[in-house]
Design a binder for this molecule. Structure first.
Ligand SMILES: [Zn+2]
Length: 235
């Protein structure tokens, strides 16, 4: 009976390891997906900064060509001034030239402000790109670790399956059937130690008579509260 109990304790240990290893393998794709998602989120942030910067540069270029158009206009108008004889028309053209020049001066102020924002944006974008490269390196290393972990866990799983098969073959078939039924009811912990009359599966006291019989170790006992298979733990 002692060796049957030992085999079942061993079987339970293997089952616990199998269930842990299975969780590691099953959670891996989700963990890999999380890494990819966080990199994609960062990518989107970099792209959004890039598009803000592109937009600023476009606005700057628009201002630049507006200033140039205005200058061309001024040049033409100034040339026209010489051919105007009528004083009223002359004054009107002069005023138009002055208006365009002051408009250009406003646009140039705007361009200086754009340049400041472009410079700041380029600095921020360079920082973001560096951060992105760092993050990518870190995430690549993490995903390699996860992949190695999956590989290791699969090999471990094979070894555990072999051990389970080996230990199960040492347990009598009718007892094995009982254990399988029990596991469906109580989960992976189907055998529990009893210390000083307490079942460590449910932390309840077992009857004194049962505790005495358990110490004799000559028959299988089940907890009257949680139904787990019991063994006496002398420690
Ligand atoms: Zn119990």
């Amino acid at each position: 009976m002692k060796s049957a109990i030992d085999n079942m304790i061993k079987l339970q240990e293997i089952e616990i390891q199998i269930s842990h290893t299975r969780r590691v393998i099953e959670s891996a794709p989700e963990r890999l997906r999380e890494l990819i998602t966080s990199l994609e989120e960062f990518e989107r942030r970099v792209e959004s900064e890039q598009s803000i910067l592109t937009d600023l540069k476009k606005q700057y270029r628009n201002c630049e060509s507006e200033v140039q158009n205005n200058l061309d206009h001024v040049k033409k108008s100034e040339a026209k001034l010489f051919s105007i004889k009528n004083n009223r028309e002359y004054q009107a053209l002069l005023k138009e030239i002055e208006d365009i020049k002051s408009k250009n001066s406003l646009i140039e102020d705007e361009m200086i402000a754009f340049l400041g924002r472009i410079e700041a944006g380029e600095g921020a974008l360079a920082d973001k790109n560096r951060e992105y490269e760092d993050l990518k390196c870190k995430l690549d290393a993490q995903s390699r670790l996860i992949e190695a972990e999956i590989e290791g866990s699969r090999k471990k799983m094979d070894r555990l399956e072999d051990s389970r098969h080996e230990v199960s073959s040492r347990i009598a078939p009718d007892l094995m059937k009982k254990i399988l039924r029990l596991r469906e009811d109580v989960g992976v912990i189907f055998i529990a130690p009893v210390k000083r009359s307490v079942c460590y599966g449910c932390h309840m006291n077992i009857p004194p008579q049962m505790y005495n019989e358990l110490q004799r170790c000559d028959s299988l006992k089940f907890c009257p509260h949680c139904e787990r298979l019991l063994y006496w733990d002398q420690s």
